[in-house]
Structure formats: C-alpha cells, structure tokens
Design a protein around this ligand. Structure first.
Ligand SMILES: Nc1ncnc2c1ncn2[C@@H]1O[C@H](COP(=O)(O)OP(=O)(O)O)[C@@H](O)[C@H]1O
Ligand SMILES: Cc1ncc(C[n+]2csc(CCOP(=O)(O)OP(=O)(O)O)c2C)c(N)n1
Ligand SMILES: [Mg+2]
Length: 331
C-alpha cells in the first residue's frame, strides 16, 4: 500500500482510500469503491435510513485545535450518531471530500490527510461500517470540506422518530452533557488535550448500541441526538411531537470537564453547548428504564407536558422558560 508520501493527485488519493478502507467487509455491501455506484442489499424486512452531514474546517473543526485523527473521527461520528438516534444499524458510509491543494502538495499535508483517515477508519472498523464510496475534488480555498452520508437499516416501520413523545412521558439523556463544549473551550485557549481521559469534543462516542437497544426493547417513544445543545434539540423534539417539556436542572448529568467551570457555568454548557452526541429520548412513565444500557448511564431529566413552553425547573421549585440557545448556523 502506498504511504502518505505517495498520495499525489485525485486518482492516487482515491486508490489510497480504497486500499485502506478495504479492511471492513459487510455482507450487505455487494460493490464498494471503484464503480459508478456502490451496490447495497439491505436485509429483508428492513427500511433503509439515510443521513448526511458536513464537517467543515473552520466551522466544525480547526487544524490548530483538533488533531487530524479527531477531524476524521468526528466526520464519521456525526453521521453514526444520527443513525443511533433512530435506533438504526449502520450499513455503509460515503465520504465526499474537498481537499485544499496545500494538503495534497506537501509531505506534512499528506501526513495530515493520512491521519484524518486513521481517525475515520478506526471508528468505521469499530462499528464494522464499510466506507463504500464518495467523491474527491480540489477545494477552492485552503479549508478542507468533508461531507459524510450514512446508510443504515432498521426493522421495517420501527425507527425511533422525534415525533412520538406524548404528555406524561419522561425525558431521559444518555451519558453526560457539556463535555464537548468544555473541551472545545480549552482547545480554543491553546490548551493541549490531555493524553489520557475522555475527549468528548475530539472523540465523541456515537451511541449506536444504546439507540438500537431502545428500539429493540421498545423502550422509547421518541429519540434524537444532541448535536446543537439540549435547549435547541429538545425544542425540535417537542415541536415534532406537538408537546411541551419541563427539564429539571438538578439531575442533569454534567460532564466532569464542564463541572470544572463551576455549577452554573457547567449547567449553561450542558444546556446550550452542543456536540455531546448523546441521545435525548422519551419513554412512557410505566416503563422501567434501566439505569445503564450497554454500560452507558441513562438519566431521567424531565417530563413531557401538553403543548406549551419548555421550562427549566430549579431545585428550589422555581421554573424559567428554557429558550433554544444552542448552536444555529447562519444566525
Ligand atoms: N440543504 C438541505 N436540503 C434538504 N434537507 C435538509 C437540508 N439541510 C437539512 N435538511 C434536513 O432537515 C432536517 C434537520 O436537519 P439538521 O438539523 O441538520 O438535523 P441533524 O441535527 O439530525 O443533522 C433533516 O431532516 C435534514 O435532512
Ligand atoms: C472550529 C469550531 N468552532 C465551533 C465549533 C462548535 N460547533 C460547530 S457546529 C456545532 C453544532 C453541531 O453542528 P451542526 O452542523 O449544526 O450539526 P447537525 O445539527 O446538523 O448534526 C457546534 C457546537 C466547533 N466544533 N469547531
Ligand atoms: Mg445536519
């Protein structure tokens, strides 16, 4: 296999990607990289779910904040997280890349690209999702643009939607919140990431096993992933379901990296920070919810109300409107 030093030009880069991505085989993928289309054969009785997300240098990562492995990992993680949110299992990934000339033309740039694929393909191997195709072109600026498309499968008619929440349901979140925003803040201040420990910004963990368990065990009425921040994402879920909600501030699971900032700042990071890629879901109050699913903590954080505002209830019983203040492009 050619090393990164040998990647010159679009065709060599594609060949390099093809050789590197061959490690994951799947019975659902009949034809991968190399022809005009990939050919997939979903299992009988399943629906195909499709999601696509940009990862843009300067918007979603920076080469001076994120390592190349992190940029690659995040590119795939964002799509996998959307599949997790609907309880789907990944079938194949497609990656469209616009590569700045400077990255392809220098040894350091080619090394960066190779490490980007180390990050992306390691996560792909972990979840056994083949990279089945994509597109490569020269970026018009010095910013790398990556667009990931994920195809997944779910038992026919059983996917977890945002629209299934009903008044009286309880609201849950997996893992912890605010860590991704806290780590981003420290990277933006020039702090080097610690070698050990969790990296919720650099290496978010898509909750595929949890999402699929929620679907299979019929535990959830509605589900979505937290990409923009729960204040914004919960508003989407409530709008889709035609309901309101009360979020309890006290039990919100604050990530230790957020908690370092003090309780109130951590709460703000947890509510509005985004990119935690945890699952936010609802369940009937009669359901006995496990405290952990596949080792991941599941915390009740509120309840669904009839249509109305979303409120944040403090431990003293006072309640305030929780306006969407998470991430929104073009605002
Ligand atoms: N440019 C677009 N063209 C068509 N549909 C879009 C476009 N951008 C977003 N959407 C759709 O709008 C919905 C919300 O998008 P988004 O907030 O990006 O979701 P997510 O957080 O799951 O990535 C999704 O169904 C997505 O497919
Ligand atoms: C350089 C940089 N600036 C800011 C952020 C923070 N940030 C970028 S996008 C985003 C929200 C999620 O991205 P979006 O494209 O809205 O994802 P989607 O909701 O479509 O899944 C956040 C919090 C970042 N990760 N990197
Ligand atoms: Mg999106």
């Amino acid at each position: 296999m050619p090393g990164p030093g040998k990647i010159r030009g679009e065709l060599a880069l594609i060949e390099h990607i093809r050789q590197r991505s061959g490690a994951v085989e799947s019975p659902l993928l009949r034809l991968g990289i190399g022809d005009d289309c990939a050919v997939l054969r979903p299992p009988r009785g399943s629906d195909v779910l499709v999601t696509t997300d940009f990862t843009l240098e300067g918007r979603h990562f920076r080469r001076d904040w994120h390592t190349p492995e992190s940029a690659g990992h995040r590119t795939l993680a964002r799509g996998l997280s959307d599949l997790a949110a609907m309880g789907a299992q990944p079938m194949a990934a497609f990656l469209s890349l616009a590569v700045p000339r400077s990255l392809a033309a220098t040894a350091a740039g080619r090394k960066w690209l190779d490490r980007f694929f180390d990050g992306l393909l390691a996560l792909a191997a972990l979840h056994k999702v083949p990279l089945a195709g994509g597109d490569t072109s020269e970026a018009p600026t010095d910013h790398l643009l990556a667009d990931i498309t994920l195809l997944g499968t779910a038992p026919r008619g059983r996917e977890l939607r945002r629209s299934g929440a009903r008044a009286g349901d309880l609201l849950y979140v997996t893992g912890a919140l605010g860590g991704a925003a806290a780590e981003l803040q420290s990277l933006s201040q020039g702090k080097r990431p610690k070698k050990h420990g969790e990296h919720p910004q650099l290496f978010p963990i898509p909750r595929l096993v949890v999402g699929h368990a929620l679907l299979k065990r019929r535990l959830a009425t509605a589900c979505m992933d937290v990409s923009d921040g729960i204040s914004t994402d919960l508003a989407h879920l409530c709008q889709a379901s035609g309901v309101g909600a009360v979020v309890f501030a006290d039990p919100l699971p604050l990530h230790p990296l957020a908690a370092e900032h003090g309780k109130e700042a951590a709460l703000q990071l947890a509510l509005h920070g985004g990119e935690d890629y945890e699952l936010l879901f609802t369940a009937k109050p009669s359901v006995t919810m496990p405290r952990r699913i596949a080792g991941v903590p599941v915390t009740p954080i509120g309840r669904i109300t009839a249509a109305g505002p979303i409120l944040l209830e403090r431990s003293d019983g006072s309640a305030e409107p929780l306006a969407p203040a998470g991430w929104e492009h073009l605002r």
